[in-house]
Write a protein of this length. Sequence first.
Length: 270
Amino acid sequence: MIKTDFNTLLEAGVHFGHLKRKWNPAMAPYIFMEKNGIHIIDLNKTIVKLEEAANALKQIAKSGKKVLFVATKKQAKEIVSENAKSVNMPYITERWSGGMLTNFPTVRKAVKRMTSIDKMATDGTFENISKRERLQILRQREKLEKVLGSIADMSKLPTALFVIDVAKEHIAVKEAKRLHIPVFGIVDTNSDPNIDFPIPANDDASKSIKVIVDYVTSSMIEGLNERKATKSQEGKDQEREEKDVDKAGLRARKPRARKEEGESADSTKE
């Protein structure tokens, strides 16, 4: 895995925290100093925590499990959606609906409703209802798509959450903790770092968010590639074993065939 570069983080402004008066005392271990009333994050500790989180996310991706990305703040939406798509992971960038995790069966019902509406549009049902009813149903579909579109294929609870700004997404974090789902997240100086994998960093600047998310995503890509290579090797090994079994069976049949030929010759002599 490529190591995190200190200067890259520095140039992206990852070290800039919030005003001192807005800080969360629990972030003290990750604060390097105060400058002009603003807390400066210790990038050496950011690097340690970032690599720790990236390694864990790599293993989750390698195991074929899902990580749900959550980022509803404007400057993070596009960055997160693009990265999540690149590793085929679900994401929430519009609004976190209460109960998204703790009431997951209801979420699955909503997804099924979306599927049902899609079927109505293709099986001729829309042709047999009024224009007004059709518009109401389509508006419902659009609303569901906006909230649930990116998690439509998530058939079960995610293995972990990756959150941009744990303070803003506190409801998502609370639900994950309640269900014992590990939480990875960018924690700024005004945040509570009491999550499984905190990454101390500026969670407001798009450059800072991008450098962090790009790094963990690249680690997940490594995990997915290793999974693919392992599966490919397993397929080759299985194919080799099947060929060996076939060869062994062929060798076992040949002596039997020669024996039968010998018995046939003896009977002819008689």
